[in-house]
Design a protein around this ligand. Sequence first.
Ligand code: SAH
Ligand code: SF4
Ligand code: F3S
Length: 377
Amino acid sequence: MSKKVFIRTFGCQMNLRDSEVVAGLLEKSGYNLTDNSEKAEIVIFNTCSVRQHAEDKVWSEIGRFAKAKSKPIIGLIGCMAQNYKAGVFSRAPAVDFAVGPADIDKIPAILKSLLAQKSALKVKKIWETEGSLRPEEIYHTGFHLDKSHAYVVISEGCVNFCSYCVVPYTRGPLRHRKPEDILREIKDGVKKGITKVTLLGQNVNAYDYEGFNFVSLLNLVNLVDGLKEFSFITSHPKDTTIELFQAMAGLDKLKKYLHLPVQSGSDRILKLMNRGYTAKYYLDLARNYRKIVKGGELTTDIIVGFPGETQKDFQDTYDLVKKVKFEFGFIFKYSPRPNTAALKYEDDVPRAEKERRHQLILDLQKKISKKYAKNKA
Ligand code: SAH
Ligand code: SF4
Ligand code: F3S
């Protein structure tokens, strides 16, 4: 009988898509996917390292499965696997295999080898974290959790090295998929009933395949017959252009929605974060967006309590949120991450103060979001 696999996903949309990719590959290899973790013989955690809290959740969940009467084969894949490498096994001895984001194509072969060993209690640990290129074909199994909406990866990795961020270390350098491969994946999806697509990348608007840029790609996607609507995440302010706004205003299928993380409203902190822009640059960008993309939504990410963030720095962020009036904002408390440049600064904003700043921006953003909801109703 074919083995049952349960996949639990943490983290960003990229991870959601990666879990679909793994599910598609495993289905093709004869495994059955299940939503019931209790009945699964294989449990895979697709993990996130972006903040400490994300990792803590995974360690504690693994602990729960480790204690189960008949322990499943446990795999830890994604960003934490890359972050800890073989260290995963000393931290969580119940884990049988660890696979980084660039090696997910190897999972069927790894499982085959683990299952060939007699008892799941005695399996030899396997880890793969050295890959750099994903084989193109893994994106074409046709597996989508949602029957009408598909996530489509356009670029992998990131080279921005924002000083707080672990992603360039877990996901590797920026790579761009070929436009024709992206188009083939979208068209195949549409043939199977997909009507909406979200283009994915850590920094989508840096897309550049041998001179073919992001706006050119948007133009091509807009032409796909049968596709009704598409959008993209995430954009970086430094790569966001007026041409992009014009495309958003002009392309009929492109959703008027821009997620543009600002992170901070203080020039001093933006510099320490290595973001490559000033608050004024961001405000001008937001103003142009509102002017050109009429009725477009604008959302953001903000980090409070970055090392050395003073009351004045925080006030600058607060004021920026007030000025831009985002439709929605994700507000995070700074969490020191391994390998990152910000580790050299002391995490000196006390926890209670981070909480306070977090709550203040949350409250402000809530008020702003409410106003939008009221105007819509
Ligand atoms: N590539 C995307 C997503 C990065 S992770 C981007 O550049 O926007 C999503 C969000 O998590 C980031 O925008 C940032 O606000 C937050 N984040 C990243 N590292 C963090 C850290 N060390 N502590 C707190 N928040 C963090
Ligand atoms: Fe991280 Fe910055 Fe890259 Fe986003 S752009 S993934 S925040 S390094
Ligand atoms: Fe998390 Fe990795 Fe995504 S660290 S946010 S799962 S790229």
